[in-house]
Design a protein. Structure first.
Length: 113
């Protein structure tokens, strides 16, 4: 048994992605995931101001009401390079080489233990 919906669903028109700024209205944003909501409300502006992230939002067309966002962040932890043998075994891996220009320098590596 299926219930009929009363009328057609309304299409939401969204803006093109734009960089988050203080004029954007975050008050109605809720994606039902607390950690994602909290990042936008409490950390996104600070991370962007500190140049740790770039946050882009999409809004309802012709408004500043944020309907969605994405963040590109830098990696904050410095990792020790793997031993040379690990790098040499990965060099032909599609994950390691994907999107790297041919002139990309060889990664640094530490001596094997």
């Amino acid at each position: 048994m299926s219930a009929k919906t009363p009328g057609k669903a309304k299409t939401l028109e969204l803006s093109a992605p734009q960089r988050l700024d203080e004029q954007h209205d975050l008050s109605n944003f809720d994606c039902a995931e607390n950690s994602i909501n909290e990042y936008l409300f409490n950390k996104a502006h600070k991370a962007q101001a500190a140049k740790h992230a770039v946050v882009h939002v999409v809004c309802l067309k012709d408004t500043q009401k944020v309907m969605g966002y994405c963040t590109v962040s830098i990696l904050a932890k410095q990792w020790d390079p793997p031993p040379c043998q690990s790098i040499h075994s990965m060099k032909d891996s599609p994950i390691f080489t994907r999107d790297m220009p041919a002139s990309f320098p060889a990664p640094a590596c530490r001596s094997s233990p």
